[in-house]
Design a protein around this ligand. Structure first.
Ligand code: SF4
Ligand code: SF4
Length: 395
């Protein structure tokens, strides 16, 4: 029994759903799978039933404790097939905070013992190694040794004004390591006083929330807060929108939090860095967590437009209507086939623009889209905005 996983507001919101099905129309999981039961409207209907059964007077008199884990299994199967992209929340005409509801629902499924086996793997990886890939956390900053650029200053300092929080994907995944390499080079070139946390950085904790393991995430939050305090930083920069969102929404408010797109624009506007001409036609993919989540829409576009020679063409679905790349919500681990089907639709939309490259500002989006493009030999370049700026950087 886990109705306590929901706030009073969330339980009231269940009754506010009108069944209009707009959430189903925009859901990438529904579009890619053709399965209506993966939609928000279906999930709300299912959750209403679960909550009703748990709370019914007859059930209490008969000593029933609501549906068992086994009974919830088919419903739970749909709960974890979601990228937490937030498109349903964006479109919902009655303003139900659906993304948070999906996170609470996952937590409920874990407490009710109705969850996919992969959830245990996520928890074990994170508890054992402090990163999603179960790698040695002491090697978190090993990518710095592969940089061709020789930084003028140490990248891991005892104290610095700014901490650059890299996130697991950029720290360990080879194709995403180019992002911290690029951002570190840009910041070093711009003379910024920053440091990495190195092995003192743990996963931000979002994969735990997405796995319905909120209690475990608290330990990660406490550790990371302390690690930044020790550096004496007042400000944290993130290239990963999910880490940025996690810090904004679930960490105590103590530091100034800035996404790399905002920081890059500051560097350009403040003339800390200069850019040379780069003839390239690009489109921009708004990452769900940065766009819909944090409402950062214009800074990345200002950065792209600041590079002489770069021509920006918009995707059919952009800004708050952005189409998910398929990489969120731990979906890649739970159902890789569905994740790939979602990526396929994203890449098709990109190709319709005629752009030579798709630029984004998220390590996970880079990873998902690059994997699809490489596997299917699609003639398209995928890059993070930090890589685009690095390419245009005047030294
Ligand atoms: S968050 Fe995205 S994937 Fe999940 S139900 Fe909503 S629209 Fe579908
Ligand atoms: S868009 Fe909102 S009101 Fe409409 S069916 Fe979905 S959750 Fe319910």
């Amino acid at each position: 029994m886990a109705n306590r996983d929901y706030s009073v507001r969330q339980l009231l919101e269940l009754g506010a759903c009108t069944g209009c099905q707009l959430c189903a129309e925009v859901c990438p999981a529904v579009t890619a799978s053709g399965r209506g039961e993966l939609s928000g409207v279906y999930r709300i209907k299912g959750l209403r039933e679960v909550v009703k059964k748990r709370g019914s007077l007859a059930g209490k008199i008969l000593g029933r404790r609501g549906p068992t884990g086994g009974e919830l299994k088919p419903f739970s199967e749909t709960v974890f097939r979601c990228t937490l992209c937030g498109n349903c929340e964006e479109i919902c005409p009655v303003g139900i905070r659906l993304k948070n509801l999906w996170i609470s629902l996952r937590q409920d499924m874990v407490h009710s013992e109705a969850y996919p086996g992969k959830i245990e793997m996520i928890r074990d990886n994170l508890q054992g190694s402090r990163n999603v890939f179960a790698e040695d956390n002491e090697e978190r900053a090993e990518w710095t040794e592969d940089m061709r650029y020789r930084p003028r200053k140490e990248l891991i300092k005892d104290k610095a004004q700014i901490t650059y929080f890299t996130g697991c994907v950029a720290a360990y995944f080879p194709m995403a390591q180019k992002i911290p390499m690029a951002l570190a080079e840009i910041m070093d070139t711009g003379g910024i006083d920053f440091t990495l946390l190195g092995e003192e950085e743990w996963c931000c904790g979002f994969p735990l929330l997405g796995a319905g393991l909120k209690e475990t995430a608290r330990e990660f939050i406490g550790h990371n807060m302390e690690a930044v305090r020790r550096k004496g930083s007042r400000r944290i920069v993130f290239a990963c929108p999910t880490c940025y969102q996690m810090w904004r929404e679930y960490y105590p408010r103590e530091f100034q939090l800035t996404h790399a797109t905002q920081f890059l624009f500051e560097l350009i506007r403040g003339k800390f860095i200069a850019l040379k001409t780069l003839p390239l036609k690009v489109t921009y993919h708004d990452p769900c967590d940065l766009g819909r989540g944090a409402r950062v829409f214009e800074d990345p576009r200002k950065v792209i437009r600041a590079i002489p020679g770069v021509r920006l063409v918009e995707l059919a679905r952009n800004r708050e209507n952005t189409r998910c790349c398929g990489g969120g919500g731990n979906l890649e681990m739970i159902d890789p086939k569905l994740s790939t089907e979602i990526s396929k639709r994203k890449i098709q939309e990109v190709l319709e623009t005629g752009a030579q490259a798709v630029v984004t500002s998220c390590q996970q989006c880079v990873r998902t889209m690059t994997t699809y493009v490489k596997r299917n030999k699609v003639p398209l370049e995928v890059m993070d905005i930090t890589q685009l700026v690095l390419r245009a950087l005047r030294r």
